[in-house]
Design a protein around this ligand. Structure first.
Ligand SMILES: Nc1ncnc2c1ncn2[C@@H]1O[C@H](COP(=O)(O)OP(=O)(O)OP(=O)(O)O)[C@@H](O)[C@H]1O
Ligand SMILES: [Mg+2]
Length: 371
């Protein structure tokens, strides 16, 4: 099922109406912003497919703001939903790049179909001849404990998905101490902070910063040194995803253990968040606290738990499930020998030791249909 990301732009009194009209399984409603410069800023920094503007009047001030969006968000469709058929508003709408005008007296289902067809039309228009478009899925690998196995899981998941025939981009968003490059034996190469310094988020430029691993996985490396970490802001993460989201089957974020702004942005953008835990009481306590925070941020629904290093302690899967009151999606056995050898050689486990217990567990998980 496709999930089109829709943002509404409406006055406060129209917010509820917009939300109701956009309630559809194919839509991911990203919220409502006001038609003002703050609202425009929000649109610029959000990865969305369509902006639905709900209003009966468009002043020249409004059209100037909308034109700014039209000029800088090439992949975004702007749709006006209005209660009036006044010719003046139609003229204003056309002048600022609004691609479609719908009226509020139309059936809700018809409005939704029109929005979907407008997005589809825009997507195919943006496709160069012969260039395939992907309906990408964004996965985050996260966990509050350092050393739990986030990088082990994200690297091996990425390579296993690529081996399955998928097109994968792995982004190392552990901005201070990211070590995906070590795990995959990647030589010194451009990083995310170099890309941010260039400040150009066209697909061609972003692609030029990606390293192609021998497995075929594309990698955007973390900064070479921790002091460059602060150059990377959530808006940059958004811009990068905006550029690449139609070019991959899977985009995977390897995250650090803290809930900083960029991590939150990655979680926000993700379809699924794999939360890595280990069988230790302290880790479970942290995970529980973190879930409370994610719950408040309305991010907890996309979390799936992976229990790594199983067998290291008397705490078993069922204990973890009852402590967290959550199901464990995948259990990965403890195997220090295989995992350390893989890191030291810079060859992911699913390539170096696909027949090892850990290798088989990850490959089996990735080969399921529903990932
Ligand atoms: N299933 C496993 N069995 C045994 N050791 C493991 C397993 N998975 C990972 N490890 C080991 O745990 C250590 C940390 O792994 P990894 O770097 O993947 O964790 P991380 O969560 O990414 O850490 P950080 O928070 O520092 O980014 C490594 O030495 C790795 O070999
Ligand atoms: Mg890591």
């Amino acid at each position: 099922m496709k999930h089109y990301k829709i943002l509404a732009m409406a006055s406060m009194e129209n917010e509820k109406k917009a939300e109701e009209l956009l309630d559809n399984d194919s839509f991911k409603y990203m919220g409502t912003v006001l038609l003002d410069s703050k609202g425009v800023g929000k649109v610029m920094n959000t990865s969305v497919d369509a902006l639905v503007i709900v209003t009966d009047v468009l002043t020249s001030e409004d059209t100037k703001l909308l034109e700014r969006i039209y000029m800088s968000k090439k992949n975004l469709v702007m749709i006006l939903l209005t209660g009036t058929r006044d010719i003046e508003i139609l003229t204003e709408a056309m002048s600022c790049g609004i691609g479609k005008v719908l009226t509020t007296d139309m059936e809700q289902s018809q409005i939704q179909e029109e929005i979907i067809s407008e997005i589809a039309k825009n997507r195919s228009r943006g496709t160069d001849a012969g260039e395939q478009k992907y309906d990408s899925k964004i996965l985050s690998v996260f966990g509050t404990k350092g050393g739990a196995g986030k990088t082990t899981v994200s690297v091996n998941m990425a390579v296993a998905l690529q081996k399955k025939g998928k097109k994968v981009l792995l982004i190392d968003l552990d901005l201070q101490f990211g070590d995906v490059g070590v795990f995959m034996d990647i030589p010194v190469y451009d990083t995310i902070s170099d890309l941010v310094a260039e400040n150009d988020y066209s697909l061609a430029t972003v692609n030029s910063y990606l390293y192609t691993h021998s497995s075929g996985v594309r990698v955007l490396l973390a900064p070479q040194s921790p002091e460059f970490a602060e150059l990377v802001k959530p808006t940059h993460v958004n811009a990068i995803i905006d550029a690449v989201k139609d070019s991959y089957d899977y985009i995977i974020f390897d995250l650090g253990p803290t809930l900083d702004d960029c991590v939150l942005q990655a979680l926000e953008l993700s379809d699924t968040v794999y939360f890595i835990i280990t069988p230790e009481i302290s880790t479970l306590k942290n995970a529980k606290n973190c879930m409370n925070v994610l719950n408040t941020l309305e991010l907890s629904k996309k979390v799936k738990f992976i229990l790594n290093k199983d067998g290291d302690s008397y705490v078993k899967k069922k204990d973890v499930e009852s402590t967290l009151d959550e199901d464990i999606e995948l259990v990965i056995s403890s195997d220090p020998k295989t995992t350390i050898a893989s890191i030291n050689r810079g060859v992911p486990i699913v390539i170096a030791s696909p027949k090892s217990k850990v290798g088989k567990e990850i490959i089996r998980f990735v080969n399921r249909d529903e990932i």
